[in-house]
Design a protein around this ligand. Structure first.
Ligand code: SF4
Length: 295
């Protein structure tokens, strides 16, 4: 099968000890069956003792919610000892995500990862072929690629201004870009302070008032949301909800940037990373926002 990815994908490498928001802190990591078998075979007592087997096996977080295998320099002791082969599936794959399409398998990197976010916002978005892999794809019966192409065609239409492109997409899908304060207030947040931040960003900055200097970053962020969420749609209605979710994330980022005066690349990248972590990495949050377009 053919593999596709965004143009920046192959530049991605975890920055490990340099990362200020390590995914090895604060997240409970499930250990898959194969990895558990491997750790038993290796008779690695330190690893085995760190796994809580009540319910789904997972690494018990240590002090400050750090993974017990994260050393003082921010490096993973399992990688240092066994290489990448020693990792469980989640650690090896993060922050990658996959979609099977009628053309082949697509891979991407999630914006909640600091380094992935930097790459996503640094380059204009295109999808490129990155190689072949053994195996067969199992795409859903609904082909979301034509919907996605329709959006990317509008997003790259140089005859339209950025606000006109957003309005055209919203109009095409019958989406009124009004965020519901009660939906944002009721989401689950990893960091409680983000509840007030996100709710305060409503009402969103009107499309026509988007600061010019933010357009490039917002466009790249929106292209990423569309790649991740619209491609995953399994029906026309899911595709519409995914478009709504993508546009709403874009407006949230714009409003937060305006309200918090986060207009530089690094300040905006931190906003984008936080929004992704809070909204995209909780299935409940993502679903609640998507369904709010039907209320
Ligand atoms: S968040 Fe990204 S860059 Fe940071 S430790 Fe995790 S994978 Fe590496």
């Amino acid at each position: 099968m053919t593999l596709y990815a965004p143009c920046y994908y192959q530049k991605f490498a975890c920055i490990a000890g340099e990362c200020r928001h390590s995914c090895c802190v604060g997240w409970e990591i499930d250990v898959d069956k194969k990895a558990l078998k491997k750790y038993k075979r290796l008779k690695d007592e330190a690893i085995l003792a760190s796994i809580d087997r009540n319910g789904a096996p997972h690494f018990c977080l240590g002090e400050d919610e750090r993974c017990p295998h994260l050393d003082e320099e921010g490096l993973c002791r399992i990688i240092l000892k066994y290489g990448d082969e020693g990792l469980c599936d989640i650690c090896r794959e993060h922050p990658r995500f996959y979609h099977d399409t009628v053309k082949g398998r697509e891979v991407g990197i999630g914006m909640s990862c600091e380094e992935a976010c930097r790459l996503i916002l640094s380059e204009d978005f295109t999808v490129v072929e990155i190689g072949k892999e053994k195996g067969r794809v199992r795409p859903s019966r609904f082909d979301a690629l034509p919907e996605r192409e329709k959006i990317y065609t509008i997003l790259s239409d140089q005859k339209l201004s950025y606000p006109e492109r957003l309005s055209k997409i919203a109009e095409e899908y019958g989406i009124a870009l009004k965020a519901d304060t009660s939906v944002f207030a009721s989401l689950e947040y990893l960091k409680e302070e983000n509840r007030a931040r996100f709710v305060d960003a409503i009402p969103f900055t009107p499309i026509a008032s988007t600061p010019k200097e933010m357009e490039e970053y917002l466009l790249r962020a929106l292209a990423y949301f569309v790649y991740r969420h619209v491609t995953a749609a399994k029906s026309e209605s899911e595709a519409r909800m995914a478009v709504g979710f993508s546009l709403l994330c874009e407006r949230l980022l714009c409003s937060l940037a305006v309200k918090e005066n986060a207009l530089t690349f690094s300040a905006f990248a931190e906003l984008a990373r936080t929004a992704s972590e809070e909204l995209e990495y909780s299935v409940d949050n993502t679903e609640r926002i998507k369904f709010s377009f039907f209320m």
